[in-house]
Design a protein around this ligand. Structure first.
Ligand SMILES: *[C@@H]1O[C@H](CO)[C@@H](O)[C@H](O)[C@H]1NC(C)=O
Ligand SMILES: *[C@@H]1O[C@H](CO)[C@@H](O)[C@H](O)[C@H]1NC(C)=O
Ligand SMILES: [Ca+2]
Ligand SMILES: [Ca+2]
Length: 274
């Protein structure tokens, strides 16, 4: 834009105000002329020159000047910092199917099969059968225990209603952390005999025997009979010369009998001391 500054309206306006401010004082100091007077009066001598006027007040703020002309183009700026990584683009289309590969070489001929490799499995199955049988036995034991059990302050007594020889009966009690019942006093004997008769049994093995030394009976825990025994009249008689184990009759009386005979038996379990 080619504009001469002094022709700009804003500039002219400022100039006008300047005139009014500065030359306005001069108008006031001019001698007044009496235009109504009809008589001609000679004017007097010119007065002294007036004192220099006070400096004018500070002029008002000028208006905002016109927009300057466009500057020259700047030099190229420095390179900016690297931007952050953009988002991952969408998944591309699936590629075309490749060509079929060459056939591989044939494998080595396999070994001849055995007639049957079932031996191992038969063994495992056999083991399972044994385990299941044991579980069944344990279940039966627990079921029976829940059905009925007797106790004193020190022990639990339990009649196992399975016919077993003395040794098998003893093992049965032992693997359950017990032992064949050993009545060591009248009270214990009474509890057991009551249990046997109430169960409707005629005889049961108890933990007494003279297997080690004929005629010297001792308990299954290998302690000798001491102050107590409850033999039936005439017993022990070792009738066949082979009566080394002891049964309790439903009356509570004891009788020596052969160890290989099978019958029900009574286990005892110690109560855990607190
Ligand atoms: C056997 O009796 C004696 C004397 O009465 C007694 O001191 C002892 O403790 C008893 N033994 C048993 C195992 O009960
Ligand atoms: C004691 O045991 C023997 C051998 O089993 C038997 O013959 C006899 O009848 C028994 N005695 C009693 C009273 O049951
Ligand atoms: Ca004997
Ligand atoms: Ca006998």
């Amino acid at each position: 834009m080619k504009t001469q500054p002094w022709k700009h309206p804003t500039f002219l306006l400022i100039f006008f105000f300047f005139q009014v401010q500065v030359f306005g004082l001069d108008d006031d100091s001019r001698p007044a002329t009496d235009i109504c007077s009809t008589h001609t009066i000679l004017s007097g001598p010119k007065g002294d020159e007036g004192e220099k006027g006070d400096p004018g007040e500070v002029g008002r703020h000028g208006k905002v000047g016109p927009t300057g002309s466009k500057g020259s183009k700047g030099v190229v700026g420095d390179a900016g910092d690297q931007g952050t990584m953009g988002k991952i683009g969408p998944i591309g289309r699936k590629g075309d199917k490749g060509l079929k590969g060459l056939s591989g070489t044939s494998g080595v001929k396999g070994k001849a099969g055995a007639v049957c490799d079932c031996g191992r499995y038969r063994k495992v199955v056999g083991q399972l059968d044994i385990t299941v049988a044991r579980l069944k036995s344990s279940m039966k034991f627990v079921k029976n225990v829940l059905a009925g059990i007797r106790e004193t302050e020190e022990k639990y007594y339990y009649i196992v209603q399975e016919e077993k020889s003395y040794r098998d009966a003893l093992t049965h009690c032992r693997i359950r952390d017990g032992i064949l019942a050993m009545p060591k006093d009248e009270a214990a004997n009474a509890v057991i005999s009551d249990y046997v008769s109430k169960t409707g049994l005629f005889r049961v093995f108890i933990g007494v025997n003279d297997m080690d030394r004929e005629g010297h009976f001792m308990y299954a825990d290998r302690t000798p009979l001491q102050n107590y025994s409850n033999w039936k009249e005439g017993e022990p008689d070792d009738t066949s010369g082979q009566e080394d184990c002891v049964e309790m009759l439903s009356t509570g009386k004891w009788n020596d009998t052969e160890c290989h005979l099978t019958m029900f038996f009574v286990c005892e379990f110690p109560k855990k001391r607190k």
